[in-house]
Ligand binder design. Structure first.
Ligand SMILES: *Cc1c(COP(=O)(O)O)cnc(C)c1O
Length: 421
């Protein structure tokens, strides 16, 4: 459920007409709903009630400071994958002991930054990384809390680019080798082993792969405890999918997921961490765009928008589907027509949808891409020298620009011409 509904024939974001935001800020623009963000966070919090837990929002899904602050105020920790994300989390007021540092290629500078500023744990993905963290922590006279990310060799049954838990993926340590790597960790200076980490992929629409992975983690917990390790924390990753197409069978709910967590690892007495990204912010964001032209082609018609693949790359990159709805509610029974919905960028990949059946739309009309909150604005670029798409946060009847569109001067002045030119 989200808070983007039609009222009296117009699409609203909570209590604000989407058209008002477009008029004030221009298009394209991302619009997020505070109530939806908070609702999704609380669903996870309730799902894990009764277990000692921390929800570390995977901020790579949408990392605007205002979104981070909204979630941090609810008690969220953060899952970060770079120095930039770490510093953003800090800038949003998240303390180090609520920041988990993930990622397959942490640099020495990133490790040092997190040790200096405080970190809940590093989720370690390889032996060389473990050795690097040990050396840096020891040289600083400190101890690094770590988990080891195990790769359970589970097929997440999701898009190949976002499946991470198969043995051929670059992520984690094969679970069969985990005991050896934990033994290495225990022998190294500057390392405090606190638990186990697993993350098998994104946009999972079936709980079975989680069940298999978490059962393997439960078995590993017992084996590692028998080896003498103090396994007290389980980081179960993110990945729960969201409904992108209205009317389709919805994916499992956070409450189903919580029951699964309780069933598979609840008996171990561990503190539970999860790292949801998409489910918290995906359906809390719209991308609003204006129709520039309606073009009739050979046997097909095109809706040419002022949003493009540089603003929302998911259709081009993952063949992703986004529902696209007019901001003015179509009349009941209005005749529908198939369009290819495209942006202005000079490549065929700049296609949001092919032969999408849409209600009547004309040049100048506003449309909204639903479910655009996750992996939308964060993946935007200035390809074609199109200004980076701005972001707006709505809360009740208020809205604020949380990232302004750059001016052309700002864009151009970021470049410098060498003195020999
Ligand atoms: C991407 C990622 C997540 C978040 O995945 P979602 O599908 O957005 O929930 C969590 N943990 C790690 C390690 C990730 O790489």
């Amino acid at each position: 459920m989200d808070h983007f509904l039609y009222r009296d024939g117009a699409l609203f974001a909570e209590d604000v007409p989407v058209a008002d935001i477009a008029a004030a800020v221009g298009t394209p623009v991302y619009v997020y709903s505070t109530a939806t963000l908070v609702r999704h966070f609380r669903l996870f919090d309730e799902a894990l009630a009764g277990m000692d837990h921390l929800i570390c929002y995977a901020m790579k899904a949408a990392s605007n400071l205002a979104i981070l602050k909204t979630l941090a105020r609810e008690g969220a920790g953060m899952d970060v994958v770079s120095a930039g994300e770490y510093l953003r989390a800090k800038a949003a007021g998240v303390p180090g002991d609520r920041i988990v540092f993930s990622g397959v290629g942490k640099t020495p500078a990133e490790i040092r930054l997190a040790l200096e500023g405080g970190v809940r744990q590093f989720n370690v993905e390889s032996e060389p990384e473990l050795e690097a963290i040990s050396a840096i922590a020891a040289s600083m006279g400190t101890t690094a809390p770590i988990t080891i990310r195990v790769n359970p060799d589970v097929d997440a049954k999701t898009h190949a680019k976002i499946a991470t838990g198969k043995s051929e993926n670059k992520f984690g340590i094969p679970i069969a080798r985990a005991r050896d790597v934990y033994a290495l960790a225990a022998s190294l200076p500057g390392i405090d082993v606190v638990g186990i980490d697993v993350h098998i992929g994104s946009q999972l629409t079936d709980l079975a792969p989680f069940e298999t992975a978490y059962s393997k983690v439960a078995d590993l917990t017992e084996a590692l405890r028998a080896d003498g390790h103090d396994i007290r924390r389980l980081d179960l990753g993110g990945g729960l999918g969201i409904p992108y197409t209205r009317g389709n069978e919805p994916p499992p709910l956070p409450s189903d997921y919580g029951d699964l967590v309780r069933r598979t690892v609840g008996h171990l007495g561990c503190e539970i961490e999860i790292e949801p990204g998409r489910l918290i912010v995906g359906n809390a964001g719209l991308l609003v765009s204006e129709v520039i032209y309606v073009k009739s082609g050979e046997g097909r018609d095109f809706l040419i928008l002022d949003a493009a693949m540089n603003d929302l790359i998911r259709p081009a990159m993952y063949e992703a589907h986004h529902d696209i709805v007019p901001v003015i509610e179509p009349a009941p029974g209005a005749e529908q027509h198939p369009f290819d919905v495209v942006g202005p960028v000079c490549e065929t990949g700049d296609t949001f949808a092919r032969q999408r059946v849409m209600p009547p739309v004309a040049a100048g009309d506003l449309v909204a891409f639903r479910s655009a909150g996750a992996y939308g604005a964060v993946m935007a670029s200035e390809y074609n020298s199109r200004p980076l798409v701005p972001e707006v946060l709505v809360d009740g009847d208020k809205f604020a620009v949380i990232r302004a569109r750059p001016t052309f001067d700002e864009m151009i002045n970021r470049d410098t011409i060498p003195e020999w030119l």
